[in-house]
Structure formats: structure tokens, C-alpha cells
Design a protein around this ligand. Structure first.
Ligand code: AMP
Ligand code: MG
Length: 422
């Protein structure tokens, strides 16, 4: 009997809360361990394997934050102008070598090394320059201003990026600024993906009566690509125990995760359950959520380690919503990433929503600004579980919590934005 199935959460017929299911999944997952070293241009969206310590001070020297004139700020007077004589120029990449005498200043460019004895830069637009004389009016600048200090961004030996970081463009820039050209990341998570159902046909093929096109594999593959997973597409599988077994065996030999859609609803689950009981410790849950009630999760026995099964409902909207609700964060966890819940906004809702406490609801919605640029959220038309078009029109999901009741116009609701996330 499985650990998950034995847990009091899943005993009997009680519906599992969304947050309980998420916690139960997070508690058993283990990340992939293999590490590889990649050149920076190939490391976008990969997960940093170890804490990365800065090998240098950034910036490596005190330098000017402005184009202007560098001088010793002790020379500044509160009530009268400061007059300095120009002694030379310091360019970025071409330091001025020498020492300033009292009363002297140096023309300096942004990023140029601060010369010995200088601690202040007056921007060029704040002073008057005539011949070789620079005049600074009282009060325009204070001692120490416009100097960037060595190590101010990052001191040598400090953690520049922590293990588990999903590398974004700015992170790669940061690594480059430290002089690094390669980075150690975990290997990608391999996900075997297939759809089940006798009624399903491949896009591009004729559609016999009673059949529909397989859309889930296409949307789920794309969602996996956004998470930087390696997708092993195992195609369409008929509702047939032998075909299903053969597909699972291939998935178990090659993948870290098996992601399926269809075949877990009550009418279809019998032989799936029997097969799952043979292959691993899968819990079949009825989750208290809409859309997307049936959902199965658990470890299957892979060759060397567990392979995690996420069996999503077949309904196209339910499949994607359960993917976001349960699989997205789990896949990041398996990838070794620091937990990253979907960023949630709180926005006023301009559509009333009827809801009873006792289940989590995910409503397709559109977030848009009004004429003043203030954001609010409204629901898209049909919320039917199979209506993929309304999910495609949506740019967000309104998430109504398990214990929440109805929403009145103007009430604040929690919103998951799609862009950049899914
Ligand atoms: P199931 O969970 O297999 O009972 O499927 C529930 C509903 O979703 C049925 O109407 C199926 O035809 C539909 N469905 C299942 N899998 C897919 C798929 N891959 N693409 C589109 N619709 C699907
Ligand atoms: Mg089916």
C-alpha cells in the first residue's frame, strides 16, 4: 500500500483540498541530481546547482558614476563657490596615473577609476568650466557623491546567486560581470508525455465521426517547454491495457516524470488503477476543485529511482488548470529549483461570481487596465470545463480559495497571470 494512499488525507471518498494535495506532492518529491557545466549562452532557464561565490569585487575599483569632475570633497565650502584647477582626464578603461595637488580636479568619465585622493564627482552639468578652471556653486554637491565604491555591488567571496536559482537574463549578465564563462547547472527534467483515449486523433489526420483532435498533448508540451523540461512525446495511447502498459514501460525506462491526460475519471479508471498498482504507489484523488477533479499522482518504480506520475484529467481546460495547480511547482522542485509559487496579484473583480465554500475554483479571466491605467479583472464568457477557447482568450486565472464564498463586483480576488508563467 502506498505512503500517499495510506495517508489519512486520501483515505475514503472525501475530496482532497487543493492545498493538501499540493503539500502532499511537495513532501515526497526529490530533485534530479546530475550536474552539468554549460557555457552562459546555453544556461538560460536552467537551475543553478551550487551557490555561486563571487571570485572578484564588483566593481573592481572605486569609480565615477557620472561624466564630470573628480576632486577631494573636503575642499567644498558651504557658503561660497569652490574653484578647482583642471589637471587631466580619466577615461573608462584608461586610468589617470598621478596625484592631484590641493585645489586640483580631474575630468572623469563614467566608469573611470577614481584617482588617488578623490572621493567626489561633480556632474559636468552642475559646474561652470572656463579655461582650466572648474567652478562649483555652493550646495550643488556633497562630499562622497557620485563615487561607486569597489565591491559595492558584490564583494569577493559573497554569494552572487544561490543554488536553486532558475537563471534569468539578468542572472546571466551578473555571471558574465564576474568574469565567468561557464556555470554548473542541474540537468533538465525529462518528462514523458502522452494522451489517452480511443476518441483522440492527431491534428492533420482525418476526423472520423465521434472523434476529436488531441489538444492536450500540444498545450501540455508547450507548458513543459516554458519550464525548460525535456519532453519525450509518446503520442496517443488507446484505452487498452496492453497499449497503456507498453507506453508506461517505455516512459519508466527513459523519464523522470510521466505526464498523462485522460483516463483517470471514474468510468475509465479501473484498468488504469490496476496497472498503476502494479507499477508503483499512485494515489487517485478526487480534488475539491473546479475545473479538474480527478487527478492521480505518485511514484512509479523506474530503473534506478522513482518516476513521478502526474495523471491529469482529459478535459482540456481541466488538464491545463491541474497542470498549473499541481505539476508546475512540482516540476520546478524536481528540477532542483527553489520553490517558486505562481506570483499572485490581488485585483478588484468586475464580474460577480457565485461560489460555495468547500472547493477551490479557477476561473478564466482577463486582466486589463482602465483609462487611468488601473488594473481590474473580469471573467471570460463560458467557464465550461471543455471550452478551451475561453482559456485561450484569458490572460489570467481568478483563484477562489477553498473556504471563499461568492464574489461581489469590486471585491478583491487572487489572480494568476499567464504571461511569463505558463
Ligand atoms: P477522460 O478524462 O479521459 O474521461 O476525458 C474527459 C473529456 O476530455 C472527454 O470528453 C475526452 O474526450 C476529453 N479529452 C480527453 N483527452 C483529451 C485530449 N488529449 N485532447 C482533447 N480532449 C481530450
Ligand atoms: Mg478518456
Amino acid at each position: 500500500m502506498s505512503e500517499l494512499a495510506e495517508s489519512p488525507l486520501f483515505a475514503g471518498q472525501r475530496h482532497t483540498r487543493v492545498d493538501e494535495a499540493r503539500a502532499a506532492i511537495a513532501a515526497v518529491l526529490r530533485p534530479v541530481e546530475e550536474v552539468q557545466e554549460l557555457p552562459l549562452p546555453q544556461a538560460l532557464s536552467r537551475v543553478l546547482a551550487t551557490d555561486l561565490l563571487s571570485p572578484i569585487d564588483v566593481p573592481p575599483h572605486d569609480n565615477s558614476a557620472m561624466d564630470g569632475y573628480a576632486f577631494d570633497g573636503a575642499a567644498l565650502r558651504e557658503d561660497e563657490a569652490t574653484e578647482l584647477r583642471l589637471a587631466g582626464t580619466a577615461f573608462a578603461g584608461a586610468p589617470w596615473r598621478g596625484a592631484l595637488a590641493p585645489g586640483q580636479c580631474l575630468r572623469i568619465m563614467t566608469g573611470a577609476v577614481m584617482p588617488e585622493g578623490c572621493d567626489t564627482v561633480v556632474p559636468q552639468e552642475l559646474c561652470r568650466v572656463q579655461d582650466e578652471r572648474v567652478t562649483i556653486a555652493p550646495g550643488v554637491i556633497r562630499q562622497g557623491e557620485n563615487r561607486r565604491r569597489r565591491g559595492e555591488d558584490l564583494a569577493r567571496g559573497r554569494v552572487a546567486l544561490a543554488a536553486g536559482r532558475v537563471l534569468r537574463p539578468a542572472d546571466l549578465g551578473l555571471l558574465a560581470s564576474l568574469g565567468l564563462e561557464r556555470v554548473r547547472v542541474r540537468r533538465r527534467v525529462r518528462v514523458a508525455l502522452f494522451s489517452t483515449g480511443d476518441e483522440l486523433r492527431e491534428p492533420g489526420q482525418p476526423l472520423p465521426p465521434g472523434c476529436i483532435y488531441d489538444s492536450n498533448r500540444c498545450s501540455l508540451r508547450a507548458a513543459l517547454q516554458r519550464l525548460d523540461c525535456e519532453v519525450l512525446d509518446l503520442g496517443l495511447v488507446r484505452d487498452d491495457p496492453a497499449a497503456l502498459r507498453a507506453t508506461f514501460e517505455r516512459a519508466l525506462a527513459e523519464a523522470d516524470v510521466v505526464l498523462t491526460s485522460g483516463g483517470v475519471s471514474v468510468g475509465e479508471a479501473d484498468y488504469t488503477r490496476a496497472l498503476m498498482a502494479e507499477l508503483g504507489d499512485v494515489a487517485f484523488w478526487k480534488v475539491a476543485m473546479r475545473p479538474g477533479r480527478p487527478f492521480a499522482f505518485g511514484p512509479l518504480r523506474g530503473r534506478e529511482r522513482p518516476v513521478w506520475l502526474f495523471a491529469l484529467p482529459g478535459n482540456p481546460v481541466a488538464a491545463l488548470v491541474t497542470f498549473y495547480a499541481f505539476a508546475r511547482e512540482a516540476l520546478l522542485q524536481i528540477a532542483g529549483a527553489t520553490p517558486q509559487p505562481l506570483p499572485a496579484l490581488r485585483l478588484p473583480c468586475t464580474t460577480p461570481i457565485r461560489k460555495r465554500p468547500g472547493r477551490t475554483e479557477f476561473q478564466r479571466a482577463i486582466v486589463a487596465p482602465d483609462a487611468q491605467g488601473v488594473l481590474s479583472v473580469r471573467l471570460t464568457g463560458s467557464q465550461g470545463a471543455g471550452v478551451l477557447r475561453s482559456l485561450s482568450e484569458a490572460n489570467a486565472l481568478v483563484v477562489l480559495g477553498h473556504d471563499d464564498g461568492s464574489v461581489k463586483v469590486g471585491d478583491a480576488v487572487t489572480v494568476w497571470l499567464f504571461d511569463g508563467l505558463v
